[in-house]
Design a protein around this ligand. Sequence first.
Ligand SMILES: C[S@@+](CC[C@H](N)C(=O)[O-])C[C@H]1O[C@@H](n2cnc3c(N)ncnc32)[C@H](O)[C@@H]1O
Length: 232
Amino acid sequence: MASAQLPLLPVPRLKGHIINVASVPQRSPFRYPGGKTWLVPYIRQWLSSLPARPCEFIEPFAGGAIVSLTVAFEKLADHVTMVELDEQVAAVWQAVLGKHGAELANRIISFRMTPANVESVLSEPARSIQDRAFQTILRNRVNRGGILAPGAGKVKNGEAGKGIKSRWYPLTLKKRILDIGTIRDHMAFVHGDGMKMMRKHAYQPDTVFFYRSALHGRGKTSRKPSVFALGT
Ligand SMILES: C[S@@+](CC[C@H](N)C(=O)[O-])C[C@H]1O[C@@H](n2cnc3c(N)ncnc32)[C@H](O)[C@@H]1O
């Protein structure tokens, strides 16, 4: 069956609704400043407008995967697959969706957040997926802007002068990780190239893809939906 781009561009306005992002549950363990919470109502509307619930929803460039998590939690597709190339980001999804989510959650809860402890964890080589996942979560929370790249600066003053602790919410992180664990049977994670994944599944029936173009998401237009969705 030939693939077709669904008419998500431009995304129809949500009739009579002001998007209230506070009503969108935060489900990702990642902090992505400028994250795409505002997009969630559009995705709900798009998926509900399809003739049938998709069998497979694929997010080829997962990152914090807020959209995939929404689709999985709200059962907007039978199954959700997230793809991510970056080793650090991938480790978090591998741990959370694998058998070690609880271990990661406990590690977060037990961690005493001090600059010395952060330094010590981040200077050690990761020996397992769980090690790498924990380091990634830590970096995402203590680095300015959540940036994971080597050399990223740490938060200095942060919220209310709390410094590196200002984005560290261990109980919230634990809850999100354990909650995701409850739906992991409906989700899969692939550590690999999202482009390849799209090519591989392009003609699979009842499959939809969701991705955003970085080119459209910058500058003044960054809050405008610029989403590509493909259905077969
Ligand atoms: C901006 S985030 C997207 C987050 C989320 N999907 C969204 O729309 O808000 C882009 C993610 O894609 C990942 N990425 C970049 N190239 C990729 C590729 N070829 N295959 C899979 N993931 C890729 C990056 O590492 C990054 O985590």
